[in-house]
Design a protein around this ligand. Sequence first.
Ligand SMILES: Nc1ncnc2c1ncn2[C@@H]1O[C@H](COP(=O)(O)OP(=O)(O)OP(=O)(O)O)[C@@H](O)[C@H]1O
Ligand SMILES: [Mg+2]
Length: 492
Amino acid sequence: MSFLKGLIDSLGSVFSESSSSSSYPNPTASNSPAMDGVAGPGAASVTNERVAYKLKGYFDLAKEEIAKAVRAEEWGLVEDAVAHYNSAQRILAEASSTPVPSFISASEREKVKSYRQKISKWQGQVSDRLQVLSRRPGGTSISKTVAPARTTAATSTTLNSRNHVIPKTLHPSTSMPATRSQTNNIVRSKPVQDSGAGYDEKLVEMINSAIVDRSPSVKWEDVAGLEKVKKTLMEMVILPTKRRDLFTGLRRPARGLLLFGPPGNGKTMLAKAVASESEATFFNVSASSLTSKWVGEAEKLVRTLFMVAISRQPSVIFMDEIDSIMSTRQANENDASRRLKSEFLIQFDGVTSNPNDLVIVIGATNKPQELDDAVLRRLVKRVYIPLPDLPARRLLLSHKLKGQAFSLPSGDLERLARDTEGYSGSDLQALCEEAAMMPIRELGENILTIKANQVRPLRIEDFQKAMTVIRPSLSKSKWEEVEQWNEEFGSN
Ligand SMILES: Nc1ncnc2c1ncn2[C@@H]1O[C@H](COP(=O)(O)OP(=O)(O)OP(=O)(O)O)[C@@H](O)[C@H]1O
Ligand SMILES: [Mg+2]
């Protein structure tokens, strides 16, 4: 095959030229994350540099082969993919057997050691991938429906200058490429490609470790009521991530969703439930993670975030309290925050204009009126999450009390639901917690000896007492403003 010939040629040239320092691959010409920390020419002796440069050369070649293999998989060409992975495997084996002279400096030895570790990690990942492919009959399990569309992918987006394919370092927790769904055959991630502006391995790692939410604790059933919102989320996010093949063309889901409403009524909870329910990689981005942890890097972080999200799609980027980072531009706004917003808009447009990218942005706010117009325009679905009405409060209370060793008779529950008008979801949670403490407080010294099943059940009086302590936390005037905004801009 021609790619193999090319590979052999390129290998040949690198191997034969590796004794000449002028022909070593230029580290600055590559965005390989593996290059971080490699000293530039002149920093150490030529011999010292040689080993690292040589390993870098192998790295680049292996990376290219892996990129080709990943692309071949995208096109359903399993045989080609296997051939490329095998080539990559050979290059990596060659790299790992490169002798390390005993006289190199300690710092160089460290670099070489780190390269070797990365090489062996890649070897493991490539061989895992080969195993997965060997279990598949010649390409049939790779969706052909996705493939033709890929020809037009990334033609007109801001990301279309992606020309540098970065393999598995960006897919640390999934096999490469990730196969996520049994029903969909190929819900898979695409390799991260460089937008041209480069990316920072450190930021990628931060995103993978600090922003990707791997263990969302909230289940779909934990969210009481909000049926309409749940339906929207099911249609827009959960089903499309599970059955990507069905949600194309006219059924292509909207990419921007805003959850808004008064505080404490389940916006964050719902987003977390989406994370555990859908098969998307969930990126939980808060204002603080963008602005405080990586001071001065926010813009770059946003760019990297979208790149990683594309590579690990289907993805959901959840921006909690989105108003604090995407509020209306002000005259005295500092440069960094303006740049951050612009970068977000550019990246968002990039993923929405590419029909094959499934990256959905969900924003949550209780101050929708403060959002920047440009951001608002892109969050096309805007779903109001109101204070719970009577049926919702009834449901929420019975939800909170369910499974406890105590419960209220249904008549009392109804009364309580009526008496708690104006309470938010979190107020009701606090109310139940406070009421649950009442029987415990009565125990006095017996608390140390009483058996758990001997504690008296809850009564309506406990809740009535608790209501004197836990009052509704929201003033009517405040949420009326949000309701008005909903009338004007909401999707309901
Ligand atoms: N629909 C609901 N079902 C179950 N619990 C709820 C519901 N709504 C709110 N709660 C309770 O209220 C708490 C706060 O909810 P959540 O953090 O999702 O609110 P929020 O709308 O994101 O508020 P904020 O605008 O202040 O961020 C939850 O941890 C949960 O205990
Ligand atoms: Mg919240």
